[in-house]
Design a protein around this ligand. Structure first.
Ligand code: NAG
Ligand code: NAG
Length: 350
């Protein structure tokens, strides 16, 4: 006779074996792919953020009260390790609590010992729900859109959104950056311009365009509309909303890269989208200085401790555009000490 406990036993054995294979299949699937569940999750977040900004909460309070609400900058940190330059950023933000927010998207593999100093620090960072990210995959686009959506939802006074990495440092004081993003009404001709690099004449562009297959981007994205730019942008709120509401280009950009050596989706999605939808509203240059001279393996020059000097900061600030550079990367962790030594006298003096 077949006892019921044997039945339960075999049934649970069967279930656990199936579950094991299911998990095995999930974990062995290509990390470069965005799962439908993650995509739907993001869609619902983007939708909530988009709707919240339609409520025009900020305009209502600015009409009914004086003084007007503060114009804030949201700093979006994308990281999979600690924030090496945390002490420098703490000095940068000090005294400006009402004019900024900091949001962190930390890859789920990031150790809690890396994250907790950030959360305990004086910069009041908020950790947002994060998902796995990997180089040469559309996961970085998702992470950046997730940061934008969370910042829009969290505080209607966030009007500019600056993407920063763990290797970035500020080149100016907070006041300098805030004053240049929010000039006085008289000087505000371009006040809600976005600062994002948009280039169309790079020699590698064609290889990047076909990295998902010969005609993979068609018909949504024609080659002549395909753009490239630095991953690091400062977006005005109207463009941040444009980015989280966008679905047409995303359908193509979320496809996995076949040629991972020439893909870098995050360097194309944002410039291509903004150049199609509002080219005149964008600076076409980035505010984050990177030194590509003598780059190795796709990584820019990393400044060591011995290279840090007041002259270096001054030369990194200088640009060919109408604005000085605000931020720079990359810096080695050993350069923190010499940077701290010149922070007040050089970096934050402007
Ligand atoms: C850029 O990096 C190179 C080394 O790869 C260095 O010689 C040069 O001085 C750097 N440029 C600036 C402006 O720091
Ligand atoms: C500015 O333009 C000059 C001439 O094209 C170039 O040599 C220089 O590297 C540019 N400087 C920066 C900071 O991009």
């Amino acid at each position: 006779m077949f006892s019921s406990s044997t039945l339960v036993y075999s049934l649970s054995l069967f279930l656990s074996i199936s579950l094991f294979f299911f998990i095995f299949l999930l974990s062995s699937s290509n990390h470069n792919l965005i799962s439908t569940a993650d995509d739907l999750d993001d869609l619902s977040l983007f939708h909530r953020a988009s709707v919240s900004s339609n409520n025009n909460y900020r305009r209502l309070i600015s009409l009914s009260s004086s003084p007007p609400p503060p114009s804030k900058i949201a700093f979006l940190f994308l990281t999979n390790s600690d924030l090496t330059f945390l002490p420098l950023w703490e000095s940068f933000f000090q005294g400006h609590r009402d004019l900024y927010n900091v949001y962190i998207h930390a890859d789920p593999t990031t150790s809690s010992s890396s994250i907790s100093p950030l959360l305990d620090s004086s910069i009041n960072a908020k950790l947002i729900p994060a998902k796995r990210t990997a180089r040469a995959s559309p996961t970085l686009i998702s992470a950046e859109r997730r940061l934008l959506a969370n910042a829009i939802l969290d505080d209607p006074n966030n009007l500019y959104f600056a993407l920063i990495s763990q290797h970035c440092i500020p080149l100016h004081s907070f006041s300098y950056i805030h004053n240049h993003l929010f000039p006085s009404a008289a000087a505000a001709a371009n006040s809600d311009q976005s600062f994002i690099e948009i280039l169309s004449d790079e020699p590698f562009l064609e290889k990047r365009y076909i990295a998902r297959g010969e005609d993979a981007m068609l018909p949504e994205i024609r080659y002549q509309d395909f753009r490239v730019g630095s991953q690091f942008f400062v977006l005005a709120k109207r463009h941040a909303l444009m980015v989280i509401r966008e679905r047409k280009l995303w359908r193509k950009f979320k496809l996995p890269c076949l040629d991972v050596e020439s893909c870098y989706p995050e360097e194309h999605y944002f410039p291509t989208l903004l150049s199609l939808q509002d080219p005149k509203g964008c600076s076409h240059f980035t505010l984050t200085r990177v030194n590509w001279t003598g780059s190795v393996g796709g990584h820019p020059h990393t400044y060591g401790a011995s290279e840090v000097s007041p002259q270096l900061i001054h030369s990194l600030r200088r640009s060919n555009s109408s604005l000085d550079y605000f931020f720079a990367r990359k810096f080695s962790s050993e350069s923190l000490q010499p940077l701290m030594e010149i922070a007040d006298a050089v970096i934050f003096r402007d």
